[in-house]
Design a binder for this molecule. Structure first.
Ligand SMILES: CC(C)(COP(=O)(O)OP(=O)(O)OC[C@H]1O[C@@H](n2cnc3c(N)ncnc32)[C@H](O)[C@@H]1OP(=O)(O)O)[C@@H](O)C(=O)NCCC(=O)NCCS
Length: 183
């Protein structure tokens, strides 16, 4: 594996890039303060933009680490920061990356997250050299599973009462793609 870190990735409609502190306002307004976005996430809604700014300044210090993958999704059409996709766990021994993502409700339904996830998966397989990219969602949040399907991951199974998020203890539905699945 080559730990190349958070490199800029361009897709048809998005620029995936490193966060800067200037993204705090968009991040707070567009997704971190929205109870619908954070409903099935493991972190609570942000109370104010200063909280978001402090979190970003902490995240930014990790960009020197090649094992840190955390992109802001910038929409090309208006240059707004509309979401976040990251590696929430890098399991180096089995060359696995576990992905998490969330996005502004105003942009749901345009298949922007599948576009971002596909691009991140390509980067992780082709540039970083992982063997497996996985993701999981709360069984009550099937729309996230649709993103995984659309990006080409396979459904692997459900771990019952294995997760906890803002809704409490939940069943986790796992999806993944391994290198040999790729055509
Ligand atoms: C899950 C999420 C990333 C989907 O991103 P997206 O870019 O809207 O993805 P898609 O456009 O492919 O839509 C995926 C599914 O979401 C659902 N969906 C789309 N627009 C929706 C809307 N406005 N309201 C409710 N559900 C919607 C649909 O079921 C859709 O599947 P379909 O295309 O088969 O009908 C986004 O809804 C989100 O950020 N949710 C909150 C955070 C979250 O749950 N993150 C994942 C944690 S595991």
């Amino acid at each position: 594996m080559e730990k190349k870190g958070t490199k800029k990735i361009e897709t048809k409609r998005l620029i995936l890039r490193r966060f800067t502190e200037e993204d705090a306002k968009d991040m707070f307004t567009n997704w971190a303060s929205d109870p619908e976005v954070t409903k099935f996430l493991t972190w609570p809604m942000h109370p104010d933009v200063d909280f978001t700014r402090n979190l970003l300044s902490e995240w930014i210090t990790h960009y020197e680490d090649g094992a840190y993958f955390n992109w802001v999704m910038e929409l090309k059409e208006n240059h707004e920061a509309i979401g976040n996709i990251s590696v929430v766990k890098l399991n180096e021994r089995i060359e696995e990356a576990v992905i998490g993502y969330c996005m502004s409700r105003a942009y749901w339904g345009r298949e922007l997250m599948p576009e971002a996830l596909k691009a991140v998966m390509d980067y992780l397989f082709d540039e970083v050299g992982v063997n497996r990219v996985a993701a999981c969602h709360d069984s009550n949040n099937p729309k996230s599973g649709r993103v995984m399907d659309k990006a080409g991951m396979k459904l692997e199974g459900t771990l019952r009462a294995a997760g906890i998020n803002n809704q409490g203890i939940s069943d986790k539905v796992w999806h993944a793609m391994i290198r040999s699945d790729r055509i």
